[in-house]
Design a protein around this ligand. Structure first.
Ligand code: G3P
Length: 221
């Protein structure tokens, strides 16, 4: 499973790029607005930091406008993926953009049937939002299992991006199910490094090594 970062914060993206294990970026209008900077220049800056798919979301609600915006975004950089909402308009636009060879990511997916529609429209990626399902008091990960089963059954190429991740456990579960990608907030990516036994183990090894290097070989031996 690949790891993407779900962020529009340049410092966060630079930091994780340095690890060499994050291979794409997803943004959404809320994440872009949080940074308060120009949309196009932010997306292009991200494309220069991480060499992989960078999702940029259309804001229009009409099919024709989504197609126009999608074509424009994709002309900015070859790694840009046009993110479109799960709706009749979004699916129609996805079909047309896919036929043009433009990469797409259908967002706000909350059911297996929505994923099926997106795959039939030729979407490159779909983004089921796990955390937001769990916010409503329902179990979230089973939708990833359902979509994986359907996509494998009919050999759809559409890749599953498990999104709206709220914990490192979500990442593990997504990997076990066979999600193609997890897109993860910076804070959760950092938490994935942590384990108390790793930290105490590093401390212990370091202390033991220090005591060895202070050992002096006796004269004449
Ligand atoms: O990639 C989707 C993500 O940005 C939504 O996450 O935490 O706002 O539900 P969240």
């Amino acid at each position: 499973m690949k790891l993407f970062i779900d962020s529009a914060n340049i410092d966060e993206i630079k930091e994780v790029a340095g690890w060499g294990v994050v291979s794409g970026v997803t943004t959404n209008p809320s994440l872009i607005a949080k940074e308060g900077k120009d949309f196009k220049s932010t997306i292009l800056q991200i494309c220069r930091i991480i060499e992989g798919p960078v999702s940029a979301e259309v804001l229009s609600l009409r099919t024709e406008d989504m197609i126009k915006d999608g074509r424009e975004y994709s002309s900015w950089h070859p790694n840009i993926v046009v993110k479109l909402p799960m709706s009749e308009q979004g699916i129609k636009a996805t079909k047309i953009l896919s036929n043009d060879g433009i990469k797409t990511n259908i967002t706000l997916v909350f059911s297996a049937n929505q994923a099926l529609l997106a795959a039939l429209a030729g979407a490159t990626f779909i983004s089921p939002f796990i955390g937001r399902i769990e916010d409503t008091g329902h179990e979230g990960m089973s939708i990833i299992e359902e979509i994986r089963t359907i996509f494998d059954h009919y050999v759809f190429d559409t890749q599953i991006i498990t999104a709206s991740i709220r914990s490192p456990q979500h990442v593990t579960m997504a990997a076990k199910i066979g999600s193609d990608i997890s897109t993860i907030p910076h804070k959760i990516l950092k938490q994935m490094f942590k384990h108390p036994l790793t930290e105490s183990g590093i401390k212990q090894f370091s202390e033991d090594w220090q005591s060895l290097s202070s050992y002096k070989v006796p004269q004449g031996v």
